[in-house]
Ligand binder design. Sequence first.
Ligand code: BZD
Length: 803
Amino acid sequence: MDLSKRKFKDDYKKMMTEVYSMDISEAEPTEQFFVLGNLVRTYSSKNWSHTNQVYVENKQKQTYYFSMEFLLGRMLKSNLLNLGILNTVRDGLYDLGIDLETIVQMEPDPGLGNGGLGRLAACFIDSMATSEIPGHGNGIRFKYGLFKQKFVNGYQVELPENWLQNGNVWETRKMHAAVTVRLYGKVWLEKTASGVLEPHYEGAQKVLAVPYDTAVIGYKNDVVNTLRLWSAEVPAQDESTDYWSFIHQRNQIESISEVLYPDDSNYEGRLLRLKQEYFFVSAGVQSIIRHYKKMRVPMLHLAEKVAIHINDTHPALSVPELMRILLDEEKMDWEHAWNVTVNVMSYTNHTIMSEALEKWPIDMISTLLPRIYQIICEIDRRFTMKMSTLFDPSIVERTRIIECGHVKMAHLAIIGSHSINGVAQLHTTILKEKVLHDFYLIYPSKFNNKTNGITQRRWLMLANEPLCNLINRKIGNDWETTPTELKMLKAFRDDEKTLIELAKIKHQNKERFAKHIQKTMGLVLNPDAIFDVQIKRLHAYKRQLLNLLHILSLYFQLKDHPEADLHPRVFIFGAKAAPSYTYAKQIIKLINSVADLINQDTTIKEKLKIVFVENYGVSLAEKIIPAADISEQISLASKEASGTSNMKLMLNGAITLATLDGANVEIRDRVGSNNIIIFGLREEEVYQYYHDGSYHSKSYYDRNPVLRRVLNALIDGTIPDAEAEGRSVFDSLVYYGDEYFVLRDFDAYSAAQKQIDQLYRDTLKWQRMALINIAGAGTFSSDYTVQQYASQIWDVFSRIRDI
Ligand code: BZD
């Protein structure tokens, strides 16, 4: 948008008066933030209603991205950037004696997600608006986001994250668009005079779903899409309602949108979770249908105007919910309703881990959602009947929805969608060949890959302005809207001046991060050290333990040979563990205890430092990533579906240290083997071990003296105050099979780390690698990913063609 500094300053002063009736000089930073937020809203509001109007007038097909999680991060700067007024506003505020960066910190970081899946959803809505795809988010307005993590004596403690405490400047409550969601009760079918079966309901609990809409602003293109998050409320009561039963009911209902479940990659069959899933799906589908009806296009054509995307299985109930509406309310017959539904729905799988696959006990579903359960049974009946004529009975048994008293949500999503995609090439191949092979035999053409992506706006333009400025000076700014243009940087691969500039920027970013750590943790970091970063959820398969065991081996090397020629290192961890995941919490405690041991040991001359940041989330990631030299992507091959921090870190010039897992494979293909450090078991080798059962972790302990010493340190008192945790980890690695092959990959990992130690000493060589990584990161822009979804899955129009 066009905005002069002068106009902005006038608007800001005026808004301050309107909102708080005071002068700027009297305002606190929280008030300054709130006023700026309000102003940004007014700046985008015209385009928001205009975008909606254009969509309606053109009867344009709309995509709705259904996701339990949207891990948005702070939105002020991102909105200013996308409106094209970031610098104007920064300068204008400066004139008014206000520092934008101070205001930015006042915004709570909405943590409405666990990790990669939720952050992907946030990148996607940003990219859809930027790519001019008519695409909107649909989710839950959790009152409490993912817990706030604190370390107490090295242990993770979870505190509530009350992000809405001071209100949310970005949202608009849309009472007129509220819908009713029905839970429990009885349902039976009765034949009408015309002979069709009609459902009758009795005694259902009614929940009012109230939408809160947030503008999703495209990058400098006047497009504003919508993120719609639903809040559960008590419907208006009639006068006879008893007061106490009302209070009881209110508590029950409001609990639905109270708190995000913190369990990532682990399924827990809790009733409240099932309520949450149905709640936002039912509200979303109902509101889509209500909107669609305004276009006056027959319901049979729904799939020409609407696409619904199922982000992991959490929204899989959208399949029977849409069926319910088409059958019961729109009076469509089953075949037509099913055809419409399958054409509307598409599904992304984000994991192959069996413990993450949702399956609900049938008594739970049938009690909570009686009509939905009937429909699921009918989908299952028709599926098994049809497939029995075409496939081996064992395949049908393995693929049906209802099995052993459970409803399998992935099966429901697959059968009810026209497209199933994995999130990286390797992941999709594993789905096709192993995990979902039976379904691949049945529906080969439904399967496709869409490698994940990240938005370069948040993860480079906002997080790393110095690097962004350097890139613009070298190759111009076409890459902002055509990110593959970053490849032009390769022309500077042998340009010493550019490489030195790159090194300087990284150094400044490391200094900035070191300052932050000194201020928040009291730890002094040496910015000349290698900053080695592993930031992701804590999970055994991601193998933070492999990193830790290697750190211990370096420590012992330095204890034995204080003169050892090791380049100083700072190991940076950021990770939350699911509160119920005991093993992950033990690993957190161990890392913190090793950090105490090493950080306080003056004999190693500051060569090693460990920083475990508390409460890792989007805002911290924005600080850490620009300062990273090494990106640790060391999951056991086959287990990490894609990963996305790998993409953010390469975009910021970190060198990836990785197994050939998830999108690491594609990163390697992009930058070439010389510009990434690959180690460890490959996916085929992992499966071979599963097949022949020949992995015996104890033999690695017995045969490898370095490893033995490190592992013994876990149980011999070397690590202060972590005996129980050390013993548990030791036993699991040495005696209980080492599920994720940590000991098997230890030597290869250590060798790779040694190679890094050597490579880093040659600044020009290192920076050349960094440059090639930045140049190759453009393909991993979520702009391209959503453009591929739009053209190949949703069949919606995007102004910009995919690559
Ligand atoms: O999804 C992650 C995968 O582990 C990553 O490999 C992948 O890059 C991203 C995006 O595709 N999965 C999750 O983040 N999963 C969850 O957060 C989750 C949350 C609730 C329940 C189950 C899983």
